[in-house]
Design a protein around this ligand. Structure first.
Ligand SMILES: Cc1cc2nc3c(=O)[nH]c(=O)nc-3n(C[C@H](O)[C@H](O)[C@H](O)COP(=O)(O)OP(=O)(O)OC[C@H]3O[C@@H](n4cnc5c(N)ncnc54)[C@H](O)[C@@H]3O)c2cc1C
Length: 411
């Protein structure tokens, strides 16, 4: 089939509106929004923050710029994953972007799970408010005591007791769980003993955030930042009881769900990382043209032309790979798309990190300061080399797909 990275004209109109809103309405408020966090309880939104965030969200929603990520669902606008790539890149230019258009992680992945595997009552209670942008959710898989990049290690116990399940254990790095609007967690747990097949020992279960027995131990820090008010929380669960019907799909089917949940989320992160790289390149160019040293514009000094050219070329390569992975997803064969998703999951953060780092260097000291977004962008993109699977795990997938062409052996 012809590979098509195009975008339909009626969708392009929407993309232009998103781009204009990001540049003209969201980015100008970004600094003020973040400065507000320091003013009161870091884990609550100030009145001004709420006003900014909800005001922008209401404008996006009213204008039909909403839930673009619902690519293969009747509830969405019917974008292809290829088309969504361009939207995610635009939204990724600012850290606030994705949430304003209701396209933010981890909610999109969780909404996907509720949509595909949730019961009618879960859809009503959890999915509808999430789709409307009225509540937030978190995804709890990673645990402090096990190497969680191999999810078969996940150990939180989940034992049936009458018409309830009882959960015990710890989870950490639950992004978004510090947000006061976060109402529900989707939790990966162990339900099966060693006699079950390795990929049939785990399940996913829906846990309301206000369930008794859940302790928020601390927010994890990313290079010293707590990322309030969303945060990445460390939890302890002690005899947390939820109704048995909260178990999604059935005991032992956690990996089946994880497969579907993590694919799109990974590629969305990559698309946004490319948006960050574009922002960094723009800042680098503007700054190096505006400042002079040794009688020349900074852009003209040393190897700076080469650095700018390399940044442009690497961004273009990463975007094309991202579009190819998106196109593979649109063909409907998740297994065939997986190695392509893994490739871009390694490449996009690597490229974005390099471009952001070069931009920081060309800025001089201000580049690492609070005055420009580059330092925050770098730390955020750096986390993507771990979150949703560390680089090494994805490289392994790429290599296995390559070797399968030449050997039937299970490697
Ligand atoms: C900012 C941030 C947000 C996150 N958000 C969430 C979230 O919302 N929900 C959630 O559940 N988790 C979240 N995580 C956790 C993240 O998904 C895990 O950290 C990741 O899966 C790795 O697990 P681990 O930290 O246990 O590392 P480990 O599994 O201990 O791996 C450590 C290292 O071992 C090496 N390694 C592992 N496997 C291989 C291999 N096959 N080949 C070679 N080397 C290998 C790699 O270098 C790897 O980085 C987040 C993490 C960060 C930093």
């Amino acid at each position: 089939m012809d590979m098509n990275f195009g975008i339909r004209p009626e969708i392009k109109v929407l993309l232009e509106r998103v781009s204009a809103m990001v540049s003209n309405e969201i980015m100008p408020l970004e600094a003020e929004y973040h400065a507000e966090i320091a003013k009161a309880d870091r884990w609550q939104f100030t009145a001004r923050q709420t006003e900014i965030l909800e005001g922008l969200k209401a404008r996006a929603k009213k204008g039909g710029l909403w839930n673009f990520w619902l690519t293969d669902s009747a509830r969405g606008l019917g974008l292809t994953t290829v088309e969504y790539t361009y939207f995610a890149e635009e939204m990724g230019r600012t850290p606030m972007g994705a949430e304003i258009f209701n396209c933010n992680a981890p909610d999109t992945g969780n909404m996907e799970v509720f949509e595909r595997y949730g019961t009618d009552s879960m859809k009503k209670k959890w999915l509808e408010p999430l789709l409307a942008g009225e509540s937030r959710s978190a995804y709890l898989m990673t645990e402090p005591d096990v190497a969680s990049s191999d999810a078969t290690n996940i150990a939180m116990s989940c034992i049936r007791d009458g018409d309830e399940y009882v959960l015990n254990g710890e989870k950490w790095w639950a992004t978004g769980a510090g947000d006061p609007r976060c109402a529900v967690y989707i939790v990966m747990v162990r339900t099966g003993a060693d006699d079950r097949q390795k990929h049939q020992r785990h399940s996913m279960i829906v846990v309301p955030a206000d369930t008794l027995g859940i302790e928020k131990l601390r927010p994890m820090q990313v290079y010293g930042a707590d990322d309030a008010p969303h945060g990445h929380m460390h939890f302890r669960f002690t005899d947390v009881r939820v109704p048995a019907e909260n178990l999604l799909l059935g005991e032992g089917r956690g990996f089946e769900i994880a497969q579907g949940r993590l694919g799109p989320g990974r590629i969305h992160h990559c698309m946004r990382a490319i948006g960050q790289a574009e922002t960094a390149l723009e800042l680098m160019c503007r700054r190096s043209l505006a400042r002079e040293a040794f009688g020349k514009k900074v852009a003209q000094l040393g190897a700076n032309f080469d650095i700018i050219a390399e940044a442009r070329m690497e961004i273009e390569q990463a975007r094309l790979l991202c579009l190819k992975a998106a196109w593979m997803m649109d063909q409907g064969d998740a297994r065939a798309a997986a190695p392509w998703i893994s490739q871009i999951k390694v490449v996009a953060p690597r490229v974005a990190l390099k471009v952001i780092d070069d931009a920081i260097q060309m800025f001089g000291a201000q580049g690492i300061s609070q005055d420009v977004p580059l330092a925050a962008m770098w730390t955020h993109v750096r986390t993507l080399r771990l979150a949703d699977g560390p680089d090494a795990v994805h490289r392994r997938q790429v290599a296995r797909a390559e070797l399968r062409k030449y050997s039937q052996e299970k490697l």
